[in-house]
Design a protein around this ligand. Structure first.
Ligand code: PMP
Length: 384
């Protein structure tokens, strides 16, 4: 199998599996228990937190373990909004946040919270001029993802942080797609709060983190004695150990950059090869700063499902940009926000490379896919 869906999830590494199995067997006690096995579990938790914090460039106390980015995003927005001064009740989300995060935004609207939307330009980049107008002193919090999961386009965090600072608002970023693909340190990061999920960088699923700058007013929507009162619930120690192991395997910024360059070279070869063989190809986000392994494209108006079936024949696993609901396909909200027409959006396919991707994977797509799609393209042309 050729796996080109790394933005959806990644395989846990061997070291992660081993560390988790050991933690599950040895440290099954509750880290809050007073007895000796509980204290051992607590020591293991503290060690994992230390290891993760070192890799993330944060203080151990700034790291809150969660069940993943969906929960981290909710904690951040609800917790920081509840802690905001009276008179600041507005939250801004970009239009291209992850679908679960948009669902949170809609539930805030239903609860009477004032929500605003930061638009993107037709190329998928954030519209900074609109952001400048929208970020005003009524705003408590701006939630802007670091990198988009579909287009891979990077968002201008530093510029938006300057705007939030000036307006006295806070900035939360969903860095789920950034972490593991590009260098990250919280002490260098412009945002006040950062969400991530371990399974995007070869850790386990169902565990992630929220980084919260020390001193922020935060009223947790999931209170409890764990995580310094910021997230209640018995800690999932094996998963946390897996997260810390996966983070420390990323290496330093030099190693992450080298891997990013390797993936970008493969991705560019894939896009150039496909464009040569298929003149109908359109790639979104090309020419913008974007994640190194992400390629979001369409081949004419060939339905995404059709292209994915042909890829499957070549043994390639990839994703479409459409969300399926009760049998029908909805165009991606990201492409809709960019103003991409529906029939083009329904043709969107995402190929996302990762650290296990090779030149052979790219060559297999280049050698196999154009021949499988060419007859379909001719058919489609004949119909018009
Ligand atoms: N945010 C982004 C940008 C994502 O890509 C994802 C995962 N697809 C999530 C949040 C949610 O992560 P999880 O499902 O691990 O909670």
């Amino acid at each position: 199998m050729i796996y080109l869906d790394h933005n959806a999830t990644t395989a846990p590494s061997h070291a992660v599996l081993q560390a988790m199995a050991q933690a599950m067997a040895q440290h099954w006690a509750n880290a809050s228990s007073q007895h000796a096995p509980g204290q051992e579990a607590r020591r293991c938790l503290a060690q994992a937190r230390q290891q993760a914090a070192q890799a993330l460039g944060c203080k151990p106390a700034e790291l809150v373990f969660t069940s993943g980015a969906t929960e981290s995003n909710q904690l951040a927005v609800r917790g920081l909004l509840a802690g905001a001064p009276v008179g600041r009740r507005r939250v801004l989300f970009s239009q291209v946040e992850h679908s679960a995060h948009l669902a949170l935004a809609r539930s805030l609207v239903a609860q009477g919270v004032s929500v605003g939307w930061l638009p993107v330009r037709p190329d998928g980049a954030l519209d900074l001029r609109a952001a400048t107008e929208l970020i005003n002193p009524e705003v408590a919090l701006v939630s802007l993802m670091a990198a988009n999961n579909e287009t891979g386009v990077l968002m201008p965090l530093a510029e938006v942080a300057a705007l939030t600072r000036q307006a006295g608002a806070l900035l939360h970023t969903d860095a789920t797609q950034w972490l593991g693909k590009l260098p990250f340190r919280f002490d260098d990061c412009a945002a006040d709060a950062v969400s991530f999920s371990a399974h995007k960088f070869h850790g386990p699923k169902g565990v992630g983190g929220l980084l919260l700058r020390q001193g922020l007013a935060f009223h947790s929507p999931v209170p409890g004695s764990q995580e310094r009162g910021r997230r209640g619930g018995t800690e999932n120690l094996p998963a946390i150990v897996g997260l810390a192991t996966a983070l420390s395997q990323l290496g330093d910024a030099g190693a992450v950059n080298a891997e990013a360059r390797r993936q970008a070279t493969l991705r560019d070869a894939l896009e150039q090869g496909l464009a040569q063989a298929l003149p109908e190809l359109q790639v979104w986000g090309q020419g913008l700063a974007r994640l190194p392994g992400t390629s979001y494209l369409r081949v004419g108006l060939l339905a995404a499902d059709t292209v994915l079936q042909r890829l499957a024949r070549l043994g390639v696993a990839a994703s479409s940009g459409a969300a399926c609901s009760s049998g029908g396909s909805q165009p991606s909200h990201v492409l809709s926000a960019m103003g991409v027409p529906r029939e083009q959006a329904l043709a969107a396919v995402r190929l996302s490379l990762g650290r296990d991707s090779t030149a052979d994977d790219v060559n297999a797509v280049l050698q196999g896919l154009p021949a499988l799609l060419a007859p379909l393209l001719h058919e489609a042309q004949a119909c018009h």
